[in-house]
Design a protein around this ligand. Structure first.
Ligand code: GUN
Ligand code: ZN
Length: 433
């Protein structure tokens, strides 16, 4: 199907609602025309439907909301099977559940199996792009890219770099970090819709030698993203500063090794000092906020409004398996509640922005995805009440777009995703499951 129309309520963003008043476009009866997998037109249906309906098939979605596919900027595919594993905190959770599970990914067959389970789960939840952690094993990244490439999904990933403070089977050898990363970049970066992120687990599981390797990789590949964790729990911060005693705060460890730039994405960013926030903003780095994980592991409450006011680029991540849901609607929901306990000032437009265009900007993919500008890849999701009377009555009485979005955030989830489309192809349909 080369050219077709999608008709229904349509929402997307052209800017960050925290920075610009009219940051979004909404059509109650909108038309999205897709040709060869790309957006040709977004407008009100009334203007075009008479002239177009004889020229192309138009799929009608009354009572649905169509928005760009969700972008999950921080998630671990290798942790799909340990979602919902309780622990007193992050470091105990890593030792008890995460490292033992990640050891299994030395088997490429297991990696391929879980990669497919993970991608199914993403599509079931309307997530069309993710920045994804495999494990330290080169094959685990290779199998992930292969699975995403086969399905034509736009994904970002990178073999995890780690060489201490974990079981032996999860540690890079003398040369595997550098050689493995180089081979994967060569094979996958820019192949179809795949791109490579230089991926460090976090400072605590890398020696100084490996941190120096990160510097070299970032210098060698300045257009690639750099992805890691930062300031997730207080215990992690204490431990990290003990390992790098010459650094005065957590961010300065990454600064010391030259990996903080407008291409870095730091997951969590909960317990940052004023100075660290300012330095992140000055570098143009971005923070991937992961509220379901932070609540589940008891890590803390990310100060989303303060980070936004500091002009730090923000996005949302599920952080599965520390995170408890693949659903970006559920992630928005928890982010809203976290903001309510903080400085507030975060609303439904902010949250939908973070899960779409905000994510694309954080990953430097906004020339490809994130909204319905002409020429962008047609990745989108069709949302509805999912058979819930409670949601339907809430939509029926919503007096504004904001109220309708809010109903999706608070009452929505996996069940709300009727269809997911990637590059103009329907890749998930709830009612045919
Ligand atoms: N910090 C280092 N590794 C991890 C991980 O796998 N999950 C989370 N949430 N934080 C981390
Ligand atoms: Zn994580």
């Amino acid at each position: 199907m080369k050219r077709f129309g999608i008709r229904g309520a349509i929402l997307d963003f052209i800017a960050d609602p925290q920075e610009q008043a009219k940051a979004w476009r909404y059509f109650d009866d909108g038309l999205l025309v897709v040709g060869d997998g790309r957006v040709e037109l977004l407008d009100s249906a009334a203007k075009h439907i008479d002239s177009l309906k004889d020229q192309l098939p138009v799929f009608e979605y009354p009572d649905c909301l169509i928005c760009p596919g969700f972008i999950d900027t921080h998630v671990h595919y290798a942790q799909t099977r340990i979602i919902g594993s309780p622990a007193p905190g992050l470091l105990e959770w890593l030792d008890t559940y995460t490292f033992p599970e990640e050891l299994r990914f030395q088997d490429p067959e297991y990696a391929a199996l879980v990669a497919d389970e993970f991608l199914d789960e993403c599509l079931r939840n309307g997530t069309t792009t993710g920045q994804v952690y495999p494990t330290v094993h080169e094959d685990s990244a290779d199998e992930f890219f292969a699975a995403a490439h086969r399905r034509g999904l736009r994904m970002v990933a990178g073999k995890v770099l780690m060489d201490r403070h974990a079981p032996q089977g999860l540690l890079d050898g003398e040369d595997s970090g550098e050689a493995g990363t180089e081979r994967l970049i060569e094979k996958w970066h820019g192949k179809g819709r795949q791109s490579y992120s230089i991926t460090l687990r976090f400072a605590g599981t890398s020696t100084r030698r490996q941190m120096e390797l990160c510097r070299r990789l970032v210098d060698r590949y300045p257009n690639l993203l750099f992805h890691t964790h930062l300031s997730e729990t207080l215990a992690e911060i204490d431990w990290t500063l003990g390992l790098f005693p010459d650094c005065s705060d957590y961010l300065s460890v990454y600064e010391k090794y030259g990996v903080v730039s407008n291409h870095s994405v730091f997951a969590h960013c909960i317990h940052l000092s004023e100075s660290e926030q300012q330095r992140l903003a000055d570098a143009g780095a971005s923070a991937a906020l992961c509220p379901t994980s932070n609540l589940f592991l008891g890590s803390g409450l990310a100060p989303i409004k303060r980070l936004a006011d500091q002009k730090i680029k923000l996005s949302l991540g599920t952080d599965v398996g520390g995170g408890t849901s693949f659903s970006m609607l559920q992630t928005m929901h928890e982010m809203y509640k976290v903001a309510q306990l903080g400085e507030q000032g975060v609303g439904p437009f902010d949250l939908f922005y973070l899960a779409t265009l905000g994510g694309a900007r954080a990953l430097h993919l906004d020339q490809h995805v994130g909204n319905f500008d002409q020429g962008k890849e047609a990745d989108f999701v069709v949302l509805d009440a999912g058979g819930s009377n409670l949601s339907q009555q809430k939509f029926d009485r919503a007096g504004s777009v904001a109220e309708r979005l809010f109903a999706y955030i608070i009452l929505g989830g996996t069940h709300s995703v009727r269809e997911t489309w990637s590059l103009g192809r329907r890749v998930w349909q709830r009612d045919s499951e």
